[in-house]
Design a binder for this molecule. Sequence first.
Ligand code: CAA
Ligand code: FAD
Length: 380
Amino acid sequence: MDFHFNEEQQMMRRMVRDFANKEMAPFIPIMEETEQFPLHIVKKMGEMGLMGIPVPEEWGGAGADFVSYILAINEIAKVSATMGVILSVHTSVGTNPILYFGTEEQKHKYVTKLATGEYLGAFALTEPHAGSDASSIRTQAVRKGDAYILNGSKIFITNGGVADTYITFAVTDPGKGARGISAFIVDKDTPGLTVGKKEKKMGLHGSNTTELVFDNAVVPAANLLGNEGEGFTIAMANLDKGRIGIAAQALGIAEAALHYATEYAKERKQFGQAIGKLQAVGFKLADMATKAEAARLLVYRAAWLCSKGLPCTKEASMAKLFASDAAMKLAIEAVQVFGGYGYTREYPVERLFRDAKITQIYEGTNEIQHLVITKQLLAE
Ligand code: CAA
Ligand code: FAD
């Protein structure tokens, strides 16, 4: 057993930590107040090679391993959960589906631009009536000559309105359920595609979450990803890896909550002593640290399995389930340690509290993670 990150992974961690503290942290108050998308930071991340960390160099990426990529999301999310999800969606489900299922031509056309940060990626699966039950989507794609005509709508799309490409799922063979779904690479300026309502959210301010409307949208047949009917498998296979990214985002939130709570407990005095010396507060910190450590082990074990090309569906879901619950619990406890100050926007724990909640919901709610883990257990 070896619980150490190698030199390359440690370098990635140092570089990203430094970048997040210097470049991202100062922009958080602006994102919180105005919900402005941090485009200039995304561009800088592209220049630094962070928009294609696990993508091979031949396709414009950094060619690093999956653990390095997860370390980067973890470090970014400690500072900004918003930036964490922008990067995770762009890479895990916005770029990887083309890398793994695309033709050489599609990889040349799209992956090279996504991995360098010239393009921003997004993933459009969820529909107004089809969230957890993803195979019940209704957006239709009908082949007409050299194109597919798409009709329907998507909701809650991260990077919506700012992305250049949307990996979009639509029904090509109604009545076949999951096997009737296909995946498409949809360009942002596709005729018939419009960006609809932008959600006003509890947290993740600065991350765009929008509706997409397809009204006779014309998508070239060359942009079909994989074969007709393979779409649902493409979605699920990439969500496996995506869930490790969201788990790393949740871990970052949990670690930040622990850090701020511990520092505050050392400084804040009541009854003539630092509150951390009060057993009720000290034990809270001990529980928080234990949960964060357990989450860290699950997240990096899942990432390690994935980096070795080993099956990781169950472990990814376990990591996402545990780390997101830990993030929520630690954020709640951090607010408690800060007392009344924790409830104000003067201190970061209030933001962590709002950002933590979504990690239990997206890329499959934690109830859905239970379903995935159960299914895997019974199949073993
Ligand atoms: N890898 C590859 N293929 C898989 C798979 C996996 N992990 N899981 C399922 N499949 C395949 C199955 O093999 C099956 O194929 P066959 O019929 O050929 O055997 C097919 O997919 C259907 O599988 P199921 O019968 O298990 O499908 P289901 O309808 O019961 O749904 C589910 C399973 C796990 C509940 C799935 O619908 C699901 O994951 N729901 C949650 C949706 C979700 O995670 N959405 C995330 C949107 S993106 C997002 O949210 C981004 C963000 O946060 C920022
Ligand atoms: P529902 O499926 O309606 O679930 C409602 C409740 O019922 C939940 O508690 C759920 O766990 C429970 N439930 C449902 N089915 C079961 C079951 N079988 N067993 C037990 N409990 C069940 N989607 C994308 O495609 N791309 C994105 O980029 C994206 N980004 C997002 C960003 C944000 C900020 C948000 C809020 C959502 C995003 N989503 C995205 C959508 C997200 O993945 C869905 O919201 C999520 O999968 C849940 O679907 P739903 O909201 O329709 O809830």
